[in-house]
Design a protein around this ligand. Sequence first.
Ligand code: ZN
Ligand code: FE
Length: 765
Amino acid sequence: MANACFIRVRGIVQGVGFRPFVYRLAYANELSGWVLNGDQGVEIYLEGEDEDMDAFVHEMRSAPPTAANISDVEIEPASCEGLTDFTIRESHHSERPTVRVSPDLPVCHDCLKECFDPDNPRYRYPYINCTNCGPRYSVVLALPYDRVNTTVRAWPLDAYCDIEYHDPANRRFHAQPVVCPACGPGFTLRDDDAEIANGWTAIERTVKLLCEGKIVAIKGLGGYHLACDARNPASNMALRERKFRKEKPFAIMAKDIEAACQLVSLTPDAEALLTSLARPIVLAPARIELEGVAPENRDLGVMLPYTPLQHLLFAAGAPDALVMTSANRSSEPIAYDDADAVERLSGIADAFLIGERPIARRVDDSIARAGAFGPVILRRSRGYAPGAAARLPIERPLLALGADLKNTITLVVDGQAFVSQHIGDLSHYQAFQAFAETIKDLISMYDIRTDDLLLVHDGHPQYLSTGHAAALPVHERHSVQHHRAHLASVLAERGEWQRSVVGVICDGTGFGDDGSIWGGEIFLGSLEGGFERAAHLRPAALPGGDGAAQYPVQAASGFLAQLETLPNLTRSPFHFGSRYQDAMKLIQHGVRTFSTTSMGRLFDAAAALLGFVRESTFEGQAAIWLEQLARNAPNSDAYSFTHDGRELDFRPLLQAVVWDRIRNRPEPEIARSFQRGIATGMADLVAHLCHSASVDTVVLSGGVFQNELLLEDLRSLLLPHRLDIWTNHAVPPNDGGISLGQAALAAFGQFNEVDQSTTDGEAYA
Ligand code: ZN
Ligand code: FE
């Protein structure tokens, strides 16, 4: 007598070949029943012998399809209907679609083999894909994930694709974006005026242009890239000039892992990241200098090809290291719409390689690094988004709007926190538009009614995201404090709601409880109980407010104004210019001067004293420069960075930098002693706070902790104290992780409304 059961599988289980996998598994175990894509995941009904059902569940859990990620399996006994075969049923919609959309996947080995097989109908076809690989989030228009809800719906399947699509034994069984050259989208190479070539010829001509040193805009999964030969300095310089991008590093796509190893030194962890399914850009120490690619930077950002088109370009003879940078002007968001790309990029790209399959939404390449405490995601986008980054104990839908820089948003549906792709700097009009679109996009994808949505945003009164929050039609909105959100992001990732921690948040900027600019904060508490500010950096004046971030000498002025003796910094060896003198005047007269505890600005001050007196052309540039300078030093002595248990005093630290510089101590050694000093002072204060509060866990987050040398120092200095040290892994330690932290605080009702009547809005203009 046969038995029956009903199984519900949650996690990333749609669009990753899960139903055909279940189908084959059911047949292998001689089970009858059915499988379908439900709104909450995959639903399975099985009939057969108990031991066969056990074997089925065991195999499903232990060897699911590569891209699947099972978070939860629920099994209930059911009554036997007496079915005689196993079938795949149509998707049904009943409840809210909380099933997860899979992130985009790199082309799989089997598809690549077919793509390079002259006898295969999809020979050299850049849109080849199957249930194990290909586009997902970047082609999904709505849920559930079915072909009619993707951007290939305009191309009906022909007989050949249709047979594969409906054959349960086939790799393309219900592969939603499946197409072939006979029925699917084509691609062309064109310049500003006209089409140059199509099909394989377009690829060959593109390669020829790249080899000649030309810049080609190439349509990728989630947007356009601007590509050129990374070994050609003239092309790199031309790209910088046309893009108005002075110094910010370009990412490189290496032909394969061997080519990547020639460019950068890869540890086993870094190699694992590089070849992981997300295929991020991985930052690693450069082995060769490529002029114009990453000026004055010891690291290179390298990724491997992930679309069939990219593999085809390399196979056709493209240079084995291509600059592949987001197609945009300056720091605008990446172009993804064809007409918009041609318009915005004319004058930058010499030609355009355009595929016809539309991109549903902009998804940039992700950036990651194998860090001192494990993998770090610095920009979370393609390959990761919109994966759930955490589970939170809240049933009602919740939307967190993030910060204004490196913006992401987080939507929590049925306790799953979906973090959006990287949106960027909201002060750029197009990024702000993308922000508004992404909110609408996620809300409609998950079918959320805005009237029961809990909305949470940053406490900064001048943030554009704060303004947008006020305009959204919801009944309940709250703000949370920026640095508590950084801290909460780490605890949310780990699902640690009760654990009491000492949280060290070293950050560039953020609106504090008192209306001043915070960024060197130490908190004590837990997600459930809230975080109390336990200590902070000694406040300094910041002339020009947040605007000072661009000019290290301006940021330096407020810190230096507190030193007892100060040489004339406009002279050698400092050469501070007029911007410094103007800033000092503002401080003396108390005009447009604000108070800050920002650790990021303290690093800027040290960078300025060590020679970085020019304008910073991208966020974090001076800090990266300082870290790399310090890495060249042999010493590890620490300048004094003292505290009284509540406040860390930067004065002895900066005084030592100033006088050692005058004494001609080599700059790398000074930079090293400065950083070691920061770590030593912080470690001492952290150990003190942990001891007095009987806490054994330390959380490190905030943009300054992108500095790996600082992390390495803290790890070794805290080692004797036997403390657990937690950092971000699923979301970035920078402001890209803020939305998740906001969501976590909101889930526990940890709001922190700022009294905006006491604040001076002009500070942040
Ligand atoms: Zn495939
Ligand atoms: Fe921040």
